[in-house]
Design a protein around this ligand. Structure first.
Ligand code: GLU
Length: 309
């Protein structure tokens, strides 16, 4: 049976080596199974968007020969789907309006675990509100294909989460769940920084009667301080015209535990990717949250290793 995966970057900056690693892992995992690989630009949050980043990400993926199937999709063009799901959740009593600000929340709970206040005290119709979905009162478990069994304890009456923001934007949690379902994504491979978002996504899938895809969270690349490589930690942007395509793909394969043979470094990008698809072994991907590397993805000096999973 054919399967579908995706890469879903937010255009908050150009592609860097850490995001290339996530793109490559999801690409290889789905291609090795003969499946489809989609590209979805998660441009949900215009204030955080960097002008030109979507185009740069698309060109850079092409430059690294990571070709997707079909058209690129953009979340900014899919609001009607999110609106329908939001309404359905509200109508079914699975989501409710909330006018609590972060500072009000902080005075009630230092951990910002939502205590259901606005469910018990519904805001007036005129109030500018977020919408929260209910988080289940029972433990939630899932089996990550890389990180193993994950168990999230029950938080009765707490932890209802935002699916529509008070500033009028749809939240990531809602959009990602709707899109993954609507696009037929059944296998998700992404960075470990998103692993603890997964139970909320599963909760939404259950509310909406949607299938839960399989999840595999690869380690994120971090600096010696354990911070994820990103624009904020000065990871250099990958250029859509650089000449380092083969060395970087090989380096990414090393980090994914795939052990590419040395002679591959003399081949073309297509040779590297063809080898990597044919030899892909998910079970070789390191089972831990992070891998310490230098900012450009090169080997770290003697920096401490990220915590073992
Ligand atoms: N757009 C998210 C990000 O760039 C990734 C979403 C996902 O893979 O679920 O961090």
């Amino acid at each position: 049976m054919s399967c579908t995966g995706r890469f879903a970057p937010s255009p908050t900056g150009p592609l860097h080596f850490g995001s290339l690693l996530a793109a490559l892992a999801s690409y290889l995992d789905i291609r090795a199974q003969g499946g489809r690989w989609l590209l979805r630009i998660e441009d949900l949050d215009p204030p955080r968007e960097v002008p030109g980043a979507s185009e740069q990400i698309i060109r850079t993926l092409e430059h690294y020969h990571l070709y997707w199937d079909g058209e690129v999709s953009f979340q900014s063009q899919r609001h009607a789907l999110y609106e329908d799901a939001l309404q359905q959740l509200i109508d079914q009593g699975l989501a409710y309006r909330c006018q609590c600000s972060r500072s009000q929340l902080r005075t009630r709970d230092a951990l910002l675990a939502y205590d259901g206040w606005c469910e018990r005290h519904p805001p007036p119709a005129s109030a500018r509100c977020a919408v929260r979905a209910r988080y289940p009162a029972t433990p939630l478990t899932f089996s990550d294909r890389i990180q193993g069994q994950r168990r999230y304890p029950a938080t009765p009456g707490r932890g209802d989460f935002v699916i529509f923001r008070r500033d009028g934007l749809f939240a990531y949690q809602l959009a990602v769940v709707i899109d993954d379902a609507e696009q037929g994504i059944d296998q998700i491979v992404r960075g470990h920084d998103l692993i603890d978002e997964t139970p909320r996504q599963i909760a939404l899938q259950q509310h909406l009667g949607l299938a839960t895809p399989s999840y595999a969270h690869i380690p994120v690349l971090t600096n010696a301080q354990g911070q994820k490589l990103s624009k904020q930690t000065y990871a250099p942007a990958l250029s859509p015209s650089s000449s380092d395509v083969v060395p970087l793909l090989c380096r990414a394969l090393d980090l994914l535990g795939q052990q590419p043979p040395a002679e591959l470094r003399d081949g073309s990008a297509d040779d590297v990717l063809a080898w990597a698809v044919a030899h892909w072994q998910l079970e070789r991907v390191p089972r831990r949250p992070g891998i310490v590397v230098a900012a450009d993805g090169g080997a770290a000096d003697d920096g401490p290793r990220a915590e073992e999973g």
